[in-house]
Design a protein around this ligand. Structure first.
Ligand code: COA
Length: 174
């Protein structure tokens, strides 16, 4: 890998927007857009952000958190805004904000927030190193710290579950 390809990049360099007009076949009996439709858009936007950052094919390894804050209706114009928040050695946490726009009134609503982890892969489909993040902007530094903390907490919980210290296998279980 050449040095230029590995030079640090700003989160804004990975910023990605994916938009789609919601149609009647995408809603449930309540008239709300299926969560899976939104997640498909989120995954595609996040994948592009991860590939823009890493310069490698990048695969979803985990959808870490999804908050459906408000329903989306048929006829609304949905936009997913994705960018890399945090990077490890080969993994990247991508944050996605979803907005729904009523095209007649122009009103936009923040409907969904998601966090996903992607891994960059090489030609042999093995994880490969990604560039560092340039977090000189205070907002980028805050997002980076939060991503780092989420990773620490996830790894701690994984270790506790592995050791049988939590839940049905642990001492605290009924
Ligand atoms: C992604 C994949 C290549 C990783 O391979 P692996 O052998 O598990 O890789 P490693 O254990 O070395 O982990 C690689 C990185 O992923 C991270 N990672 C692994 N599992 C993770 C999880 N569940 N959540 C978050 N990060 C995870 C590791 O922490 C590591 O990060 P780092 O390099 O920044 O420290 C492999 O799991 C895979 O191919 N998964 C299927 C991906 C796919 O098909 N996605 C589409 C969804 S259908």
């Amino acid at each position: 890998m050449n040095a230029a390809k590995m030079s640090p990049r700003k989160p804004a360099d990975s910023a990605t927007m994916v938009s789609e007009l919601m149609m009647p076949h995408q809603v449930n009996n309540l008239g709300h857009v299926f969560g899976g439709v939104v997640l498909s858009m989120v995954d595609r936007a996040a994948a592009v952000a991860a590939m823009r950052h890493s310069g490698h094919p990048s695969v979803t390894v985990s959808i870490d958190r999804v908050d459906f804050k408000e329903p989306i209706q048929s006829g609304e114009f949905v936009t997913c805004l994705a960018q890399v928040n945090f990077v490890g050695r080969t993994s990247m946490e991508v944050g996605v904000r979803v907005e729904a726009e009523n095209l007649l009134s122009g009103v936009k609503r923040h409907t969904t927030s998601c966090l996903l982890t992607f891994v960059a892969i090489d030609r042999d489909h093995r994880p490969c190193e990604v560039p560092r993040l340039d977090i000189s902007e205070p907002e980028d530094a805050r997002r980076y710290r939060e991503g780092q903390r989420r990773r620490e907490v996830r790894e701690l919980l994984d270790r506790e579950l592995e050791a049988g210290e939590v839940g049905p296998r642990g001492k605290a279980a009924p």
